[in-house]
Structures are given as C-alpha cells and as structure tokens.
Write a protein that binds this ligand. Structure first.
Ligand SMILES: Nc1nc2c(ncn2[C@@H]2O[C@H](COP(=O)(O)OP(=O)(O)O)[C@@H](O)[C@H]2O)c(=O)[nH]1
Ligand SMILES: [Mg+2]
Length: 313
C-alpha cells in the first residue's frame, strides 16, 4: 500500500486507477491509503458541471479540458451519471471522448459506477477527487446529472459550479430554480446552434434579476456550442475568474471547510452505523430484530436508542 501511495503521489496513472477501484470496492487498505494521501490534497481547483442528461456536459468537459491543457493546466475528470447505463449510447460517446485524451498524461478521466456504493456516491466521488488532487491535477472537473440529492451533494463540494441548460427547457428551468439554481456560479446555454437559445438566455437573465445573488458575484451566462468548441474559451475564462474571486474573498477556504465537514460527517455516519449494526447482529444478521419490529413486539424508535446505549453513546 505504501508503494501504491507513493506511485499515486508521483502522478502514476495506473496506480491511481487501481486505488480508485479499491475505493469503489470499499477495501480497508484503500482507507489506509486515503489517510496517507490526505495531507497532499487541497491544491486542486474543483469545478462541478451539472445539468440534465444529454445537455452536453461531457462534451463541454472534453472541450474545457482541451482549453485548460492549452494554458498548461493538468486536468482530472470525474463523471457521475446514473442515467448512463453501461450498455447505453452515452457511455459509448464518453468512451470515445476519453480515448482522445488517453495519450495525454496531463489528463485523467474516471467514470463512477453509481450503484453499489455502501458508503454513498458522494463519499466515493470525494475520495476519487482527493486521489486526483493528491496526484497533482491542477483542475478537477466533476460531471454530474442534476437529478437526485446525491448529485447535488456532489456538486456542492466543488469550489465553482457550472449549471448547463439547453434551449427549449422552459419548465426545466423552473425546476432548476428550485434546486441547483442556487448553487450555480456560472450558467451555460449549450446547443446554442439550436433554436431558442436567445430565449433561454433571456429567461436566465430575468431569473437572475429577480433573485438575490450571493455576495459580489453575479453568475454570468455563456452560450456555447460544445460540439464545435464555440464559446468554450470564454467559459474557461469565466471559470478562472470565479476561482480568482473565490480566493480573493476568502470564499475558497470557506468552501474547503464545508467540503471537509461534509466528508467527515459522511465518514462518521458510515463508521458509526457499521459498528453499531455489527454489535447487535447475530450471526451477521439483523433479521430477528426486523421481524420483531414487523410483528410490533418492538418499535424502531426504541430499538435505535437501545443500540446507541449498547455502543456506549
Ligand atoms: N447540436 C448540438 N449538439 C450537442 C452540443 N453539445 C453536445 N451535443 C450532443 O448532445 C449529445 C449529448 O451530449 P453529452 O455531452 O453526452 O451530454 P451529457 O449527457 O450532458 O454528458 C451528444 O450527441 C452530443 O454530440 C451542441 O452544442 N450542439
Ligand atoms: Mg455525460
């Protein structure tokens, strides 16, 4: 494991991929490695890219990567997309995009399996982000579909959040408004080659006019055609400007603390639950307990309190 950690710290691609696989499999050794890597994290810029499926997030991430490579930054991409089944077309397109960068040692791309994370997707994503950070990647793009709570949690951990929309999503913008709208630092109207882009742009402008925005930053809106790379340079500049703003105002440190708080609480929840359940299970199962609750011989409220007492809390 020491060897693996050292190789990750030297930015070795295969070692990082191996550790990420161990993390996804919840291995105990992986946890030991994460402990050792932690002090080497904190340098990377974290950029979340969220929006509905098919809005062009992956294409944008790909083109942004090109742009950031041009200015000499190394890039990590973490793609979290529960709507992309492994057999689906989107993954195929993602694979092709990944291949384009596969010869560039300055780029590392990882797709997260969205199922089977005992510790939660947000936790696993955080670990992968930390590995990329420890590897020395300057910028980490985190692509998620803005659907579930899990994905929102993931985006919240980024220092800069880009929300992607496309023309003709009138209702969707309303929905966005309620949820991830408030976390957007930059907006993108992608597929600006399609009809209605100006309208969507205007809708967003109006919405921004009506909402009190955070501090001194009014989220700018960019029109892009990701497939052609149009508007991507401006978007990259906008991201850099936001990073500078965050640093200047001390907001980056604030976000970093928030990120650590979320990670710590998630870990604590995970450890406590695991230990407590182990303590009360018989032959590795809790079925007897659930059956008693189902028969109404025991109520789950008292049972939860009883468990805490037994672990000394
Ligand atoms: N017309 C047009 N198509 C685009 C644009 N950006 C992406 N696409 C296409 O939209 C589809 C979904 O893109 P993808 O990046 O996989 O979306 P994601 O699901 O948000 O990651 C792909 O077929 C892209 O080629 C754009 O600006 N204009
Ligand atoms: Mg995608």
């Amino acid at each position: 494991m020491d060897e693996l950690v050292n190789r990750v710290l030297h930015g070795e691609y295969r070692a990082a991929a191996r550790l990420m696989t161990l993390i996804e499999g919840q291995s105990v050794e992986a946890l030991a490695a994460m402990k050792r890597l932690y002090s080497h994290t904190g340098q990377a810029e974290l950029v979340g890219i969220t929006g509905p499926p098919g809005s062009g997030k992956s294409t944008l991430a790909d083109k942004l990567t090109e742009e950031f490579r041009r200015i000499g930054k190394t890039v990590g991409i973490v793609a979290v997309d529960p709507t992309s089944p492994f057999t689906g077309g989107a993954i195929l397109a993602d694979r092709l995009r990944m291949q384009r960068h596969s010869l560039d040692p300055g780029v590392f791309i990882r797709s997260m399996a969205t199922r089977g994370h005992l510790g939660g997707l947000a936790r696993a994503t955080n670990d992968v982000v930390n590995i990329l950070d420890a590897m020395g990647k300057d910028l980490i793009l985190i692509e998620t579909v803005g659907v579930g709570q899990d994905e929102v949690e993931v985006v919240k951990t980024a220092y800069t959040s880009v929300v992607v929309t496309v023309p003709g999503l009138g209702d969707e913008i309303q929905a966005l408004k309620a949820g991830i709208m408030e976390i957007a630092d930059l907006f993108v109207v992608n597929k600006a080659d399609r009809e209605g882009a100006d309208r969507t742009y205007l809708d967003l402008e109006i919405m921004l006019d009506q909402s009190p925005f955070k501090g001194g930053w009014r989220p700018p809106i960019y029109k892009t055609v990701a497939t052609e790379g149009k508007g991507v340079k401006e978007l990259a500049e906008g991201i850099v400007a936001h990073q500078a703003y965050m640093g200047r105002e001390g907001l980056r440190d604030q976000k970093a603390t928030e990120r650590v708080r979320a990670l710590f609480q998630e870990l604590l929840r995970e450890c406590l639950t695991k230990r407590a359940l182990e303590r009360i299970s018989i032959n590795g199962t809790l079925d007897f307990l659930y059956q008693r609750m189902a028969r109404r011989e025991l109520d789950p409220y008292s049972a939860a309190e009883e468990v805490l007492k037994r672990v000394g809390l």
